[in-house]
Design a protein around this ligand. Sequence first.
Ligand code: HEM
Length: 255
Amino acid sequence: MNKPASLTDRIVRSKVWQSVFRQGYPDTAENQSKVMMNTWFLHIHPVKVRRHTLKLTYTFGLGVISFFLFVVLVVTGAWLMLFHVPSVERAYTSIQSLETSVPFGILARNMHRWAAHLMVLTVFLHLCRVFFTGGYKRPREFNWVVGVVLWVTTLLLSYTGYLLPWDQLSYWAVTVGTNMVGSFPGIGESVRIALLGAKEVGQPTLTRFYALHIAILPLVMTILVGIHFWRIRKDGGLSAPVAEPSGKRAEGPSK
Ligand code: HEM
């Protein structure tokens, strides 16, 4: 006589469960792979990963930490945008009132600042980790180049954000920085004026830096991070140490 189906079996075989998850409970290798491939939240992960890539000391999780900080910056930045006014007359006071009269205003501002500082550090350390583990070599050259652009975008995001509070520090940092650009032979002065939108730092500069900081650069970063993660999958997961226990350097795309 057949054993009556358990409650779990009945749920897993029910039409409601299958319409959402489309495969059985992940208790066999096949179902485990299907869960990874067919679940929206998990499909970013490969079905199989090489053991050494799970070792904390191989990546120190620096790429993931950088991504996490980017998410924190987007969330806290969206909150700050509701209160910051990108005008030379009102930017400074809008930041002051954010700190004194907006609930969690100081917290949001400091989280945004600290996450930005930390992201510069973690992206740089991630770049160093990739370099020292040889992660830039074939077939990952393209992803290395994407990474370099991500690094420059991270710095530009920090720099453009610096002007937005419109305090003395911001004003002079942007004046000095753009003067340095201006001293570049040939195109320097034209680039300086293109950045400032005028002959010196003023409202057009604030408008440009604001547009770059809240829309253009975050969009570039989002697209590039998407390409970066997609390339990691297409390049066969993370790079392998030169001498694996098997003596082989594992390559080839992950399934
Ligand atoms: C916004 C900045 C960045 C984010 C969010 C990011 C994210 C990641 C993540 C999550 C990984 C998986 C491994 C790990 O966590 O270390 C990774 C790998 C990689 N990243 Fe980045 N990354 C960024 C910037 C960079 C930069 C600046 C470079 C180099 C110039 C770079 C080059 C690479 C390469 C080549 C790999 C594959 C490494 C390997 O196979 O060992 N990334 N990145």
